[in-house]
Design a protein around this ligand. Structure first.
Ligand code: NAD
Length: 490
């Protein structure tokens, strides 16, 4: 039954949608809500509102300290409403409730962090090499930001864009994914309640080919912050050929987890399980390639198989559930295809590789494939699902070569009790994140982003706010003497 209607939030108002589409509950496979399908005209209104707010609305003269207070208030509202937002996210994406509750409560800290930073980002006074001139560098908001996010962890992935953008004084049009947009559209009510002036933040959803394309190529957009897959990223970069917007890209991964024989194997096995089966493997940092030192290969695979088969799969709204469904049917179809191709090409199934017998939802069992060959599709491609591919290695040099043999470079894990080895691996792995003897830790204080096909730019940490500003150099002549020679550059 379709029993809920969500709305786009444009120019401080919740719009009656002119077109809608059904959102499907992945745990049942049935539609449960109607979502607004933003048209190109809706995007134009949202960008127009954001541009007005930037140029002439009260936001233009809102001080950095006042922007910070608004962000802190928004963070408090997100934390206070985490339970309600978590139920919506779980309903619309199938992500388990124990994870959505914890993650959304933490999203509040991201807004508080950027709220605190808003009035600490300073310009500069330059000790200029000309006695009669004074130069200051102002840092100004870069302009209207188009933020585009995928369906997994939408509140979280929005916070790392909205937080620094608003702290810097930008205005934003945020496009939720057409898959699972409910939590972001509900979050718009909190933006409204926090008291941001109309047009400062606009939140809508719609499809990539019209709404997303128009937004990222819009002539009034100066900055695009995108998270999603690499092929969409290429389209976005082509879109920005229109407006030449400064663009950052947070993309996918095929992250290696290297387990040496000297590691604490029980702790490493738990981390590998967290890395690939948490969020049903639908995480950009999923540790989907296990590289295991040969002497402990059999023992470690045995541990992993037992742990994978003990995972409680089922209703994502049940707090006891450890793994929910995949978010979409097309996602499960794709995973089934790649697993079948990999097994046909010589991979050995350790466990899983099938649909568990749970109703009509988009469930898929935790799967481990002993690949033995780096060229199998399950080793090369991002599956974005609960599928772990395993390769064995005989030396540190081989482990490093295997870890780096990928066009991606988002995250990685190293498990060892040898300090020197940990440092060497951390230095030499080509990835934006290296976790040593841990996995899947994040914080607003720490930059995040990828190498290679995993992206361009960084989100999080102190520098993120700078990425939403541009400098303006102001030269002032301080002497009363006339300009000496108009034909010589000063
Ligand atoms: P996707 O690339 O299909 O979609 C992402 C967003 O782009 C959606 O909002 C979609 O509507 C929009 N879009 C699609 N076509 C567009 C177009 N032509 N113009 C403008 N916008 C367009 O990604 P997905 O399947 O929703 O998410 C999964 C991907 O996201 C995976 O590759 C995953 O690794 C990646 N991801 C990366 C990070 C990170 O921080 N690095 C985090 C989460 C997810």
């Amino acid at each position: 039954m379709t029993d809920a209607l969500f709305r786009n939030f444009i120019d401080g108002r919740f719009d009656e949608p002119s077109a809608t589409f059904d959102s499907v509950d992945p745990s049942t496979g049935a539609p449960w809500a109607k979502m607004p399908a933003a048209s190109e005209a809706d995007v134009d209104r949202a960008v127009g509102a954001a541009h007005r707010a930037l140029r002439s609305g009260p936001w233009r003269t809102t001080t950095a300290s006042a922007r910070g207070k608004l962000l802190v208030r928004l963070g408090d509202l997100v934390a206070a409403n985490a339970g309600r937002l978590a139920e919506l996210e779980t309903r619309d994406t199938g992500k388990i409730i124990r994870e959505t509750r914890a993650q959304i409560a933490y999203v509040g800290d991201y807004y508080r962090y950027y709220g605190g930073l808003a009035d600490k980002h300073e310009g500069a006074h330059v000790p200029i090499d000309k006695a009669d001139l004074d130069v200051t560098i102002r840092r100004e908001p870069i302009g209207v930001v188009a933020a585009v996010v995928p369906w997994n962890s939408q509140l979280f992935l929005s916070a790392v864009k909205l937080g620094p953008a608003l702290a810097a004084g930008c205005t934003v049009v945020l496009k939720a994914s057409e898959d699972g947009p409910a939590p972001l559209l509900a979050f718009a009510e909190l933006v409204h309640e926090a008291g941001f002036p109309a047009g400062t933040v606009n939140i809508l959803t719609g499809f990539g080919q019209d709404c997303g394309r128009r937004l990222t190529s819009h002539p009034l957009v100066s900055r695009v912050a995108f998270t999603g897959g690499p092929s969409t990223a290429r389209t976005i970069v082509r879109n920005t050929a229109e407006n030449l917007a400064y663009t950052t890209l947070e993309l996918g991964g095929k992250s290696p987890v290297v387990v040496f024989a000297d590691a604490d194997l029980e702790s490493a096995a738990n981390a590998v399980v967290a890395g690939i089966f948490a969020a049903t493997g639908q995480s950009c940092v999923a540790g989907s390639r296990l590289l295991i030192e040969r002497p402990v290969r059999q023992e470690f695979l045995g541990r992993l198989k037992r742990k994978a088969e003990a995972i409680r799969i089922g209703d994502p709204q049940d707090p006891a559930t450890e793994m929910g469904p995949l978010a979409t049917l097309r996602q499960r179809d794709r995973i089934e295809t790649i697993v079948a191709e990999s097994l046909a090409a010589g991979g050995t199934l350790v466990t899983g590789g099938k649909r568990p017998d749970i109703g009509d939802g988009f469930y898929y069992a935790p799967t481990i494939i002993d690949a033995g060959n780096i060229n199998l599709p399950c080793v090369r491609e991002e599956l974005f699902g609960p599928v772990l591919s395993v390769l064995a290695f005989d030396s540190e040099a081989e482990a490093l070569a295997l870890a780096n043999d990928t066009p991606f470079g988002l995250a990685s894990g190293v498990f060892t009790s040898n300090l020197g080895k940990a440092h060497r691996m951390a230095r030499d792995i080509h990835a934006g994140v290296v976790w040593v003897n841990t996995y899947r830790a994040v914080s607003p204080l720490v930059p995040f982003g990828g190498y290679g096909l995993s992206g361009l730019g960084r989100e999080g940490g102190l520098d993120a706010i700078r990425d939403y500003t541009r400098s303006k150099s102001v030269w002032i002549k301080t002497s009363d003497e006339p300009i000496p020679d108009p034909f010589v550059m000063r």
